[in-house]
Design a protein around this ligand. Structure first.
Ligand code: NAD
Length: 360
């Protein structure tokens, strides 16, 4: 059945992948509600923005009146909530914006969604869903293999791992997750939560590790590795995440949480070295790209290891990632090589690759 899906943060990295997937691969209608902060980019939606199933509204989720107007105008069946401040380093430099958008903004959206849902009539009220999109960073960090006895099984984040956020970003996301669960329990708002590992892929804002390294490598600039570079992340290709999110939004069980991950645990240094060796192959130059690697002061409070147990979504909803890290990183590098106009416009704007969040 055709649904009307309101996506908050649809001009961001993951939100735009969700919107492109919904327009290209389904028959649902999409309303993209986005404030267009520095991270929002309508160029990421150019390939679908003339489709008559796509609508854009420039709205701040903290502005309850405007959110209500959009809900009344479009009458969505599902809200997929991705709008957030999302960069850990920025949250260290300026946590206030993270509290405002991620906590107050989610609260405002929940209240507007609750009022809208309460006024819906039978069928539409019964099938309404609020899907909150979050991160595995709410769980804190896991023991690093270097700290464990050889042969010990490495733990993973499951849906019942207690929350222990480390950064202002992850603390604000943890708060928003808990607000959603409180609105589910207290007001019976039909909500679902997903927590995902690190994403990478096309249209990724170049302040994040993978696009930063690709673009600095091409520009002949240093490739910054925080600390020893031994921090472990579980990488997921963004289009695999978008498919998982739409599946949960449509078929997930109300009240449930689903962890989403790529089974791709890699040390940051290994990620940087992999990018360098693929670039040596596809865009060779006189010296090796790895010679540009530079070790810089670590991020304050840096989590050592994230790794997701995604068996619940695989078992219950039949989702699994289509890309391995090797196939996804190659596609990502090729995308950046072929889409210079997209990233050059971003670099000509407010961010030129400078170090953020080094801490005081
Ligand atoms: N990037 C990751 O690796 C990752 C992993 C797991 C979960 N997540 C979560 O997924 C969601 C999307 O992440 P992303 O990487 O696409 O983020 P992003 O920073 O690329 O995009 C965020 C989007 O939200 C919009 N936005 C910000 N504040 C807003 C406000 N007040 N009102 C309306 N719109 C606003 C921005 O304009 C932007 O388009 C976030 O909630 C994030 O916590 C991200």
């Amino acid at each position: 059945m055709k649904k009307i899906i309101l996506v908050t943060g649809g001009a961001g990295f993951i939100g735009s992948a969700v919107v492109r997937h919904l327009i290209n691969d389904t028959t649902h209608t999409v309303i993209n509600l986005d404030k267009l902060t520095y991270a929002g980019n309508l160029e990421s939606l150019q390939c679908i923005d003339s489709d008559n199933r796509y609508h854009f509204e420039q709205v701040d989720i903290c502005d309850g009146e405007s959110v209500r107007t959009v809900l009344e105008q479009y009458q969505p069946d599902i809200i997929m909530h991705l709008a957030a401040e999302s960069h850990v380093d920025r949250s260290i430099d300026g946590p206030g914006e993270f509290i405002q958008t991620n906590v107050v903004g989610t609260y405002t959206l929940l209240e507007q969604a609750r009022a809208y849902w309460n006024d819906l009539t039978n069928n539409k009220r019964e099938s309404f869903r609020f899907h909150h999109i979050s991160t595995d960073e709410v769980y804190g960090d896991l023991p690093h293999p270097d700290e464990m006895e050889p042969g010990t099984e490495l733990p993973l984040f499951t849906e019942t791992t207690p929350y222990a956020p480390s950064s202002p970003y992850s603390a604000s996301k943890a708060s928003s997750d808990q607000l959603v669960r409180a609105w589910l329990r207290t007001y019976k708002l039909p909500a679902l939560v997903t927590n995902c590992s690190n994403n990478y892929g096309p249209y990724h804002f170049p302040e994040k590790l993978i696009p930063l390294v690709i673009l600095n490598a091409l520009a002949g600039k240093p490739l910054p590795v925080y600390g020893k570079g031994n921090q472990i992340r579980d990488w997921l290709y963004v289009e695999d995440h978008a498919r998982a999110l739409v599946l949960v939004a449509l078929e997930g069980k109300i009240g449930e949480t689903y962890n989403i991950g790529g089974h791709n645990e890699k040390q940051n240094l290994e990620v940087v070295q992999t990018i360098c060796s693929i670039l040596d192959e596809v865009k060779p130059k006189e010296s090796l790209y790895a010679e540009q690697i530079t070790y810089v002061q670590d991020r304050p409070g840096h989590d050592m290891r994230y790794a997701i147990d995604a068996s619940k979504i695989e078992r219950e909803l039949g989702w699994s990632p289509q890309e391995t890290f090797e196939s996804g990183i190659r596609k990502t590098i090729e995308w950046y090589l072929n889409n210079e106009s997209w990233w050059q416009a971003v670099l000509d704007g407010s961010y030129q690759g400078e170090r953020l969040g080094a801490g005081s």
